[in-house]
Design a protein around this ligand. Structure first.
Ligand code: GAR
Length: 202
């Protein structure tokens, strides 16, 4: 395979999606191509980012589909129709069941805004992660990219980067520093690494 076809699943602002789009443009990602963006939130700015970059963007509504099972079936259909090789969860705020994760074994990666195994698992997402880190008083936090399996934030770690907590940090200032100094760097590199492995499979 020349290039792995990448789908990015999003729910919000999409700054990590933007980092991936920029990394593909600059050549940091050259073994894969982002061909699809899927959001479970109709109002996600990430959808606009995808459209601006000329990438096919879909909204799949969990509410309209009623159940997690139906939602995941719709996701699988879109991913398979578009012949996706690698799925990147970039701020995707929905936990996927084993039925889904087993279907794409070592083909799903996630970015989490802490150094796993700290501040992760069910209930730890977005600003909540940074609130918990500040509450605990840790002096170092960071971000982790990992493969996704049936355990929330429990799959094999691909990359981590540490970031210092500073006096006077709020969840918002800490989130911004973790994104700038860790997430937007390790996610594109990890995507290239895994895309390269997939593209070079015999
Ligand atoms: C990012 O900080 C990402 O690490 C986090 O949500 C934010 C999404 O921002 N993901 C999780 O907490 C997953 N458990 P973005 O939409 O601007 O990329």
């Amino acid at each position: 395979m020349l290039k792995a076809k990448i789908a990015v699943l999003v729910s919000g602002g999409g700054t990590n999606l933007q980092a991936l789009i920029d990394a593909e443009r600059s050549g940091i990602i050259h073994s894969g191509e982002i061909t699809l963006v899927i959001s479970n939130n109709q109002n996600a700015y990430a959808l606009t980012r995808a459209e601006k970059a000329g990438i096919k963007a879909l909204y799949i509504s969990k509410k309209e589909l009623n159940t997690q099972e139906a939602f995941e079936t719709a996701l699988m259909q879109s991913l398979e129709e578009n012949e996706i090789d690698l799925i990147v969860l970039a701020g995707f705020m929905s936990i996927l069941s084993e039925r889904f994760t087993a279907r794409f074994d070592h083909r799903i990666i996630n970015i989490h805004p802490s150094l796993i195994p700290s501040f992760c698992g069910q209930g730890f997402y977005g600003l909540r992660v940074h609130e918990a880190a500040l509450k605990k008083g840790v002096k170092v936090t960071g971000a982790t990219v990992h493969f996704v399996n049936e355990i929330p934030d429990g799959g094999e770690i691909i990359a981590q980067k540490a970031v210092e907590v500073q006096d006077g940090d709020t969840p918002e200032t800490l989130q911004k520093r973790v994104m700038e100094q860790a997430e937007w760097i390790i996610l594109p590199r990890s995507v290239e690494k895994v895309a390269h492995q997939i593209a070079n499979l015999p």
